[in-house]
Design a protein around this ligand. Structure first.
Ligand code: PCD
Length: 772
């Protein structure tokens, strides 16, 4: 089925926040810090306020009077809404100018005069804990260093024991650099506070409208039932639209101060500089094996750069997200990982950009280590993986760091990959081309994702348990409306969620409309990230539809004057067991459910039903990827020739949407591996504030994807579906990097850090790799 929403998107008829025009709207711009670390000694707003079109200039002091200068982050820290004492990263919000039009607001920024007293910045996470490092968060009582947390998983002693007895140990420092989700639509907000009713309506680019409503209530003190968050069409999220940003709070304050709607739309540089980044993990990994390549254990230490405020978005029990899935897809005797988080003078964040809370970092590390082990043992990397993958009979499998993988047939996926790619012929071609002095590289990766958070007893964000809801209404004519708590940013939920209901009720997907993105119109839930919509809200939709089906059975039994037990279901219809001609369709039953038909005592009319789904476990999709690159050693240029991907996300609701999700993620992976990097100079100046510097992959950089699939249903999801949205971004960078390293083998290169730009590759060939 093609995507329903495309009918409006391909006509340019989508409605994004910036398209929303409310009468009387004022426009805002944010004044940002030019310095990475400095004390603010004075702010003079008089000249800006004198601008004829400026209505209000909000500073940290104005907010402090209302208790709004600081706000909670998603990780239990606090973040400055507008700086009062110090600025802590370049691009930090210092003042918020509200004017009649966006141009005047921008112009007036230059009229705000801020005196800064520069302080030395902490730019390199590796020096953040030095005893003489400047303390970034001196706002926090008693804080004398830049340490945020230490966290560990697995059994350290058991792991050390296995390592001590292992014949082979390979170790490597691996950086997963700071990258950015960079959605095409930047962030935007309109806050509209009605002084008469006290009601606040916030139009925002959010992946989690309900969580934002609760947070806005907590931050502003406006009662939650008077807050409505509307997230219309969203032009890409990728984790960037999970947090609440300071300008959202400023817009609310601005609307309360002016009594008018206040709109703020971020530009590209602001998005790249100040909204949440991803990764920035300095990892040290060790892998232990026997001489014949049986992988025994994994030991990992991580230094995590969280920027100036700890604003990572992930379940609160897990400060390093799901990083402890670093055991990957292999059967290990022991594993241990420890993560230390530090503050630096960089933008806050650490969002799960297209991965379920740090699975991208984990998966990249283990897949690099497996390749390095193959190199050390001189074994083919496909062969080494095949020997060590979990076997189907081991599921459900509990890994050494505690995750219970629900289902999988890994060897089948890898075998299909090798066959689809023509692996043996590729290796033969590589040998031939090496003779000619040409550098073809073949890279593999195998990954396991963990998507669909909760269960809520283990997972919450700021105390909100990770469950999601769905409400299904069936109208008298049999047409249905499904209301869901999750929010599409391009994934096609209007199509797939209609398909789920259509499948359960045996009606056409065009007879089901999906409502989302408006907290006044949808049930509560935690929203769309961590590929959780299908595993959680998709399950809720399916369960709600099954409740409707059961209600329909009772109504049908009253219509047919038989016992409900004598009815059997076929898609769209209840009929008398053994007599398929005596039956009633869902449409007929819906009409009857709204009619004067006598229903058994205790049975309500109508068919509507709802469900709050608390997932019993995450779902564990997986895949096997192969990338073929050519490297020009003279220039260091990498060209991706082929990319073959086998994905298993259980039952696919919409195969073409799933393929689209995989295509997008594979392109993401090429970008991260070869070109994307948020870099800083030693003063903390941000060096990637536009798409001229922060490179995103285009069609030119991508081959024609070659996809294949296996289907291993999730045993606990009502439809057997697992999430897919982030799989390819998790699995693909390792395949690309492994391919480049494979191509560089004749030059004796073992490892080089991402992004493998021409300069980085050329330097690695010269034996002078670029370092973090
Ligand atoms: N599906 C199907 N089947 C299966 C699964 C799935 O069909 N088995 C489909 C669904 O339904 C949807 C899609 O597919 O439609 C997806 O899904 P999922 O996996 O569930 O996911 P979601 O939740 O919905 O979503 C989310 C994701 C994420 S997370 C990300 S990053 C990204 C992805 O999604 N983002 C985006 N993808 C995408 N796409 C687009 N277009 N855009 C965007 O933005 Mo994060 O955490 O936020 O970082």
């Amino acid at each position: 089925m093609t995507r329903k929403e495309d009918a409006r998107f391909v006509r340019g008829r989508g409605t994004y926040v910036d398209d929303v025009r409310l009468p009387g709207t004022l426009h805002a711009a944010v004044l940002r810090s030019p310095l990475a670390h400095a004390r603010i000694t004075a702010i003079d707003t008089r000249a800006a306020e004198a601008h004829p079109k400026v209505r209000v200039v909000i500073t940290g002091a104005v907010l402090a009077d209302r208790g709004l200068a600081w706000m909670p982050t998603l990780s239990g820290d606090v973040q400055a809404v507008l700086a009062t004492d110090k600025v802590r990263f370049q691009g930090q919000e210092v003042a918020f100018v509200i004017a009649d039009d966006p141009y005047s607001a921008r112009d007036a920024l230059a009229l705000v005069d801020v005196d800064y007293d520069p302080l030395p910045p902490v730019v390199d996470a590796r020096t953040a804990l030095d005893p003489d490092a400047p303390v970034i968060r001196d706002d926090r009582e008693g804080r004398r260093d830049n340490h945020i947390f230490d966290w560990e998983a697995g059994d350290a002693a058991a792991t050390d024991r296995v390592f001590a007895g292992a014949a082979v140990v390979v170790a490597q420092d691996v950086l997963y650099p700071r990258v950015h989700p960079a959605p095409l639509e930047t962030c935007a907000v309109i806050a509209d506070h009605d002084v008469v009713t006290g009601k606040l309506t916030v139009w925002a680019t959010t992946q989690a409208p309900h969580a934002h409503r609760t947070l806005l209530a907590t931050i502003t003190g406006i009662p939650e039932h008077r807050i409505r968050v509307v997230s219309p069409d969203v032009g890409g999220g990728f984790g960037n639209k999970v947090p609440i940003y300071p300008a959202y709070v400023c817009a609310v304050a601005g609307s309360m101060l002016t009594g008018r709607p206040v709109k703020w739309t971020e530009d590209r540089s602001e998005n790249l500089m100040a909204t949440t980044f991803a990764r920035d993990y300095h990892m040290h990994g060790e892998i232990a094996s026997t001489v014949d390549g049986k992988i025994l254990a994994l030991r990992v230490r991580v230094l995590a750069d969280h920027g100036a405020f700890n604003g990572t978005a992930q379940p609160s029990k897990y400060p390093a997200g799901f990083f402890h899935i670093v055991t990957g897809s292999y059967d290990l005797e022991a594993a241990h990982c420890s993560v230390t988080g530090v503050y630096t003078n960089k933008a806050p964040g650490g969002v799960a950009y297209a991965c379920s809370f740090r699975v991208a970092e984990a998966s990249f590390l283990v897949e690099r280590l497996v390749d390095l082990l193959a190199l050390e043992l001189d074994v083919d990397p496909a062969e080494l993986r095949m020997r060590n993958l979990l076997r189907p009979e081991q599921f459900p499998y509990t890994c050494s760091t505690g995750w219970e993988y629900d289902s999988g047939d890994y060897p089948r996926a890898l075998a299909l990959l090798l066959e689809t790619a023509g692996y043996r012929e590729l290796r033969a071609e590589q040998a031939r081309r090496r003779e000619l002095g040409e550098h073809l590289g073949i890279g593999l990766s195998f990954f396991t994702e963990a998507v669909g958070a909760g269960p809520r007893k283990h997972m919450d964000i700021v105390g909100l348990g990770m469950a999601d809801g769905a409400e299904l209404r069936v109208h008298p004519t049999g047409k249905a409306v499904l209301r869901i708590s999750v929010q599409s940013q391009g994934q096609g939920h209007e199509t797939t969620f209609a398909q789920i209901v259509a499948h359960e009720l045996g009606i056409g997907p065009d007879d089901v409309d999906v409502v989302h993105g408006d907290t006044d119109a949808t049930p509560f839930g935690l929203g769309t990230y961590g590929s959780r919509s299908t595993p959680v809200s998709g399950a809720a939709a399916s369960m709600a539809a099954r409740k409707v089906r059961e209600r329909a059975r009772i109504v049908a039994s009253a219509m047919l004057e038989v016992s409900p037990d004598d009815l059997e279901w076929s898609p769209g219809r209840w009929s008398v067991r053994g007599d398929p001609t005596a039956g009633k369709s869902i449409t007929e039953i819906a009409a009857a459910a709204h009619s004067d038909l006598d229903l058994p005592d205790g049975v309500e009319g109508q068919l509507d039903a709802s469900c709050v789904y608390n997932p019993p476990n995450l779902t564990f999709p997986f895949g096997a990827y192969l990338c073929v690159v050519e490297v020009d050693p003279g220039t260091g240029q990498v060209v991706v020739r082929r990319f073959v991907a086998v994905d298993d996300c259980g039952v696919r609701i919409n195969p073409s949407i799933v393929e689209g999700q995989v295509h997008g993620g594979l392109a993401d992976g090429i970008g991260v591996a070869l070109m994307e990097l948020i870099a800083f100079d030693p003063d903390g100046n941000h060096l990637g504030g536009s798409f001229m510097d922060y490179l995103l992959p285009t069609a030119v950089d991508c081959p024609s994807w070659e996809l294949a699939e296996t289907v291993t249903p999730s045993p606990h999801h009502p439809l057997g579906a697992k999430g897919i949205g982030e799989c390819a971004t998790v699995g693909s960078p390792a395949a690309v990097v492994n391919a480049v390293m494979d191509a560089l083998r004749p030059f004796g290169v073992r490892h080089a850090d991402m992004p493998l730009t021409p300069a980085a590759v050329w330097r690695a060939i010269q034996g002078r790799p670029l370092r973090g």
